[in-house]
Design a protein around this ligand. Sequence first.
Ligand SMILES: NC(=O)c1ccc[n+]([C@@H]2O[C@H](COP(=O)([O-])OP(=O)(O)OC[C@H]3O[C@@H](n4cnc5c(N)ncnc54)[C@H](OP(=O)(O)O)[C@@H]3O)[C@@H](O)[C@H]2O)c1
Length: 333
Amino acid sequence: MQVAYITQTGEPNVIQIGEQPSPEPSATQVLIKVHAVAVNPIDTYIRSGAVALPIEFPYTIGCDLAGVVEKCGANVKRFEPGDRVWGSNQGLFGRKGSFSQFAAVDEDWLYPIPEKQSFDEAAAAALVGITAHLGLFLHANLKPGEVVFINGGTGGVGSAVVQLAKAKGAKVIATVGSAEKKKICEDWGADCVLDYRSPSLDDDIKSFADANGGLNIWWETQREPTFDRTVSLLAKRGRMVLMAGRTARPEFPVGPFYVKDLKLCGFAMFNATPDEQRACANDLNELANQGKWTLPIGATFPLTHAAEAHRLQEENTLNKAGTLQGKIVLHPW
Ligand SMILES: NC(=O)c1ccc[n+]([C@@H]2O[C@H](COP(=O)([O-])OP(=O)(O)OC[C@H]3O[C@@H](n4cnc5c(N)ncnc54)[C@H](OP(=O)(O)O)[C@@H]3O)[C@@H](O)[C@H]2O)c1
């Protein structure tokens, strides 16, 4: 089978495409014919070596996948051959990555694809969907009617947070970098969409939030959090979600933070247990069936163009090029 893998960390051109034997599923694994995989920033950090996870070479890249069950190990209980499945969390903690024509994945990390969802949509929504769900509900305890600000409302994670917060009955303020992206956010029901370059941004956040009972959650997708701004804009008992910026060491306004009873919720999705992630996946599937959950796809490539796909992701997440409007999906067949 064809596989995208690396034998050393470095620039995107360290990604090689080659033939490897198809895997045999263990007793708890499912063998999947992979129809679509998606790129996430973490894939590029692992490939470049920026995040030094313990990996063994040759290392198959990629976390997300969607496909059809070919074969089940003897102890697999949730799936049978022919089922359409999606999953994330591969390529981490000794698990093999997803960028290959077949993948053997433990059934703990797999979920059924809802009837209305395509393989591309299921792969695109995988890691970012679980991330948004964990952050909003497990960590920040979002309640209906609360006001949520999302900095970067049409990025991979931002798109997911906007849609999930709306589905839960929140009022949503989001920032974007273009008029087209503003329209996308509004179509998802965002109540107030602002240009992140606007000189009146903070005043506009404050006036919308004040008119709706105060800002309850600030979801930061950027790697350089601005604590002074966030702490001054959050209402009492507000929560700030932090999930990016490993090397950031910003100043922190301790006094203003604690006198408002604020909370900081930092998390990494891959720390969540299989049961926690499955609870998120079940909810996301339910929303997909109701037509309330879909991640835009900004670019598609064959698997052989994995290096190009990584370049495009980096250009946007690291260099903020603004040239991507949705997730990057690759096809192994
Ligand atoms: N902790 C976790 O579990 C976890 C999980 C997933 C991702 N992450 C991390 O979260 C970060 C975001 O991931 P992603 O997949 O959403 O990345 P992404 O798809 O590249 O999204 C980046 C977002 O940043 C926005 N942006 C660019 N410049 C901005 C500015 N000056 N102010 C506000 N927004 C700006 C972009 O908006 P425009 O496109 O409109 O310019 C876009 O919405 C990455 O660092 C990733 O590693 C962490």
